[in-house]
Write a protein that binds this ligand. Sequence first.
Ligand code: AK3
Length: 293
Amino acid sequence: MVKVSEGKPEPNPNKGLPTWTLQDFEIGKPLGKGKFGKVYLAREKKSKYIVALKVIFKQQLEKYRLHHQLLREIEIQSSLNHPNVLRIFGWFHDKDHFILILEYAARGELYKELRKSKHLSEKHAATYILSLTKALAYCHEKHVIHRDIKPENLLLDLEGRLKIADFGWSVQSRTKRHTMCGTLDYLAPEMVENKAHDYTVDNWTLGILCYEFLYGVPPFETESQTNTFKRIIKVDLSFPSTPRVSAEAKDLISKLLVKDALKRLSLQKILEHPWIVKNADPSGVCSGGVSQI
Ligand code: AK3
């Protein structure tokens, strides 16, 4: 992959390397619709290599002035190499589109699996949380904060291995950061209140996801943004009696959904947590079926 300098594309960013065009690919079925465009299954004609192509409308990028953000995503994601982080192989553009060449995740969005089965078994939930924790520990080591982890951005490969995707809102930073917007459900209190934040926002999100995997809904969901905001800043957390969830799982969630960012369980401590140790498959592979009930 090609490195892009932060914010400014080089006059010829591909310097001597082959530049891809849409003609190099056979385009297959659409895999999903995201912000700013569609994702297609595709095959590179010469190598027959299967990839996913995310086609982004330039007009949309310009409207929201997000060019620099897309280039930052490409730079950050191409510097990451981890089994639980979706690879970006390259990018190109034509008159109207930016196209990202991505690793294909054959089993698609975890979100769909969660909606289909309502909630996951403790085994599967713990395995996904373990994979996510490992991926985030790797990202944080490289000073990358994802900041937009939610079920829609979690993909599954053919074997059911979790892949974090879409680093569009990520930052590479050693210091505290401000800003951003979007759906509130997965955001830490310091982010919804627009305060300075650091990599511990991703730890909060792990608590949210762990809850959602086990109960099927995020913990602070309400009918309105205002009320979700209020519940997040109060950390208004409760555990329904159904589905039945183990005390150890609730213990982990309670230690992640902590208002004081410094007191949230560290990623290392998550790896050692009894619920993870007891339930997670260290290989990270989740087979076809989902709920145990
Ligand atoms: C299987 N699906 C950033 C901006 C604007 C692979 C867009 C499968 C899939 C698949 C992005 C993305 C993505 C990965 C997942 C694509 F910065 N990286 S999307 C659904 N099923 N296999 N990929 N989906 C910005 F300007 F704001 C617009 C982006 N970035 O969309 N990145």
